[in-house]
Design a protein around this ligand. Structure first.
Ligand SMILES: [Zn+2]
Length: 195
């Protein structure tokens, strides 16, 4: 098991061995232009990006180009549980540019979701698989993200779900998985992202 994390100076380091961490290696930026172009084509063909554009338009968002070949749908009006939600290559955003500038790694996280859409045959494959993983995570931990394979592979830290590999919520989840209890009353904390 390898886990990649970032040091305070922004450099990445790899942790090998030990229990499973919140991040998985192999899907970290920068991605090559060819890989991003292929993902964008696949996400158009599998209808993920067209669905994202329709949802963005329905939510009265303004489109702008973002990093990693993403399309940022800014000012998305309907409420979202999280600060952002990705459909295909379209990132639905409720936060403003200042917030985004303070959380630049969020778009790394959302780009990984865009790759997941490409790998899971678009919305038809991604939505049910994601919901199943979220339900499993909720059942096992009381939180739909912390043991959700899609969120873990997109990086829980980059997605602002936890503050780092030492976040107490991760330790709580590990203890809970080792010692399951009949009733779980949100001991892992809120499922909402950190600010
Ligand atoms: Zn996510």
């Amino acid at each position: 098991m390898r886990v990649i994390t970032r040091a305070a100076d922004g450099t990445r380091r790899t942790i090998t061995g030990g229990s499973r961490g919140p991040t998985l290696a192999g899907m970290s930026p920068p991605w090559s232009a060819g890989v991003v172009r292929l993902r964008r084509v696949v996400n158009v063909v599998n209808l993920a990006t067209p669905v994202g554009l329709v949802v963005a338009k329905a939510g009265r968002a303004e489109l702008a180009r973002g990093p990693h070949g993403l399309l940022l749908a800014k000012g998305f009006r309907p409420p979202l549980r999280a600060a952002a939600m990705t459909i295909g290559d379209v990132v639905l955003l409720r936060r403003d540019d200042d917030w985004l500038a303070r959380h630049p790694r969020l778009l790394d996280h959302e780009a990984r979701h865009a790759f997941q859409y490409a790998c899971w045959l678009g919305p038809l494959g991604f939505f049910p698989a994601y919901l199943a993983c979220a339900g499993w995570s909720l059942w096992r931990t009381g939180d739909p993200a912390l043991r959700n394979a899609f969120e873990r592979r997109a990086d829980l830290v980059d997605g602002n779900y936890v503050r780092g590999l030492d976040d107490p919520r991760l330790h709580l989840v590990k203890r809970r998985l080792r010692n399951p209890v009949r009733r779980r009353t949100g001991a892992a904390g809120s499922s909402r992202r950190l600010r």
